[in-house]
Design a protein around this ligand. Structure first.
Ligand SMILES: [Mn+2]
Length: 304
C-alpha cells in the first residue's frame, strides 16, 4: 500500500439530478477524513478543492445536461489525479457527483499505460452508470461515466484520457447494483460488464462477490475503487441524491472494504455522490469516512 495519500476536492454537482453533492468534499473533511487516515500511519496531503464552472441548472441539450461544464470539471480532475499518481501518491477524489469518475479513472488508466500496469476498477454503486444519451431521458451525466470510459459517449468526454476507449469493460467489476434502466440493462449485457448485483449478494453473500471481484489481481495490477455512497443502504447513508432501498448493510459494506484492504493493491479511490443537503447531522459523511478507514486497513474484528 502506498503511504502518501492526496485528497483532491471536486466541489460540484454538475452531472447530478439533485443539487448538493458540491458540498461533499467539505463534509468529508468535517468528518475528519484527513486526521483519521493519518492515524493509520499515512501521510495525508490535502490539495484543497479544484475550482471549476458553476452549475447553471439547465435542461438537456442534445441529450446531455451541462456538457461543456462536465467536460471542464473532468479535465480538471483528470489532470489533478494524474499528477498525484505520477508523484507516487494515492489520490482520493472527494466528489462531487459520479460523472467525475470519468476524469479520475481516465487518469488512472493513463498512468497504468505509462508504467505498464494492468487496471482493475471496482465500481461500488446502486447504479450501473452505463447509460448513453440515447438510453436515458434525464441527460444527467452522472449516469454515464462507465459507458464513457468504455468509449460510448460524446467525443469531448470519451477522449479526455488521450485514448479511446480509456478502459475495457473487462476490467470493471460492479458491486451492489440494484437500479438499472431497461435499455441500460441490455447495454450492460452486450458489453459484458461483470456485475455482482444485490440479488447475487443476497444469494451468495458479500464474501463470495468480493472474492470473485478481486480474483486474479496480481502484483502488477493497479486497483481503483470508485465508491458511490449510494452503494450503501439508505438506512445507514441517507445523504445521497439517488437513494435506492435494499443496499449493503453496515456489516456487508465493512466486509467489502476489508476484503479490498486485504489485497494491498488499492492505489486510487473516488468517494462520490455524498450530498450533505440531504444528510442528517453529517452521519453519511461519517459512515463514509468509517468505511474509507477500513479500505486503508482498519479491521473491526480482532485479527492479526
Ligand atoms: Mn454512481
Amino acid at each position: 500500500m502506498l503511504k502518501t495519500v492526496s485528497l483532491i476536492g471536486a466541489p460540484t454537482d454538475i452531472g447530478a439530478g439533485a443539487r448538493g453533492a458540491s458540498m461533499g468534499p467539505e463534509a468529508l473533511r468535517v468528518a475528519n477524513i484527513g486526521p483519521i487516515l493519518e492515524s493509520h500511519g499515512l501521510t495525508v496531503l490535502d490539495r484543497g478543492n479544484l475550482s471549476g464552472p458553476a452549475n447553471p441548472w439547465q435542461p438537456p441539450v442534445e441529450g446531455y445536461r451541462h456538457l461543456p461544464e462536465v467536460v471542464t470539471w473532468n479535465r480538471l480532475v483528470h489532470e489533478a489525479v494524474y499528477a498525484e499518481l505520477s508523484q507516487g501518491h494515492l489520490p482520493i477524489l472527494l466528489g462531487g457527483d459520479h460523472c467525475l469518475g470519468l476524469g479520475s479513472i481516465s487518469a488512472v488508466a493513463r498512468h497504468c499505460r505509462d508504467v505498464g500496469k494492468k487496471l482493475r476498477v471496482l465500481w461500488l454503486d446502486a447504479h450501473a452508470d452505463f447509460n448513453t444519451s440515447a438510453l436515458t431521458p434525464s441527460g444527467n451525466v452522472h449516469g454515464m461515466p462507465v459507458a464513457c470510459l468504455c468509449g460510448h459517449g460524446p467525443q469531448e468526454l470519451i477522449e479526455i484520457g488521450g485514448k479511446v476507449p480509456a478502459i475495457s469493460p473487462k476490467w470493471v467489476r460492479q458491486i451492489g447494483i440494484r437500479s438499472v434502466d431497461p435499455g441500460e440493462k441490455r447495454f450492460v449485457h452486450e458489453q459484458g460488464l461483470e456485475v455482482f448485483d444485490m440479488r447475487y449478494i443476497d444469494e451468495m453473500g458479500m464474501r463470495q462477490a468480493m472474492e470473485l471481484a478481486l480474483a486474479t489481481l496480481d502484483a502488477n495490477t493497479h486497483l481503483h475503487v470508485s465508491f458511490d455512497v449510494d452503494f450503501l443502504d439508505p438506512d445507514i447513508a441517507p445523504g445521497v441524491g439517488t437513494t435506492v432501498p435494499g443496499g449493503p448493510t453496515y456489516r456487508e459494506a465493512q466486509l467489502c472494504m476489508e476484503m479490498i484492504a486485504d489485497t494491498g493493491r488499492m492505489a486510487s479511490l473516488d468517494v462520490v455522490e455524498l450530498n450533505p443537503a440531504l444528510d442528517v447531522r453529517n452521519k453519511t459523511a461519517m459512515v463514509a469516512v468509517d468505511l474509507i478507514e477500513s479500505l486503508f486497513g482498519k479491521s473491526t474484528l480482532m485479527r492479526r
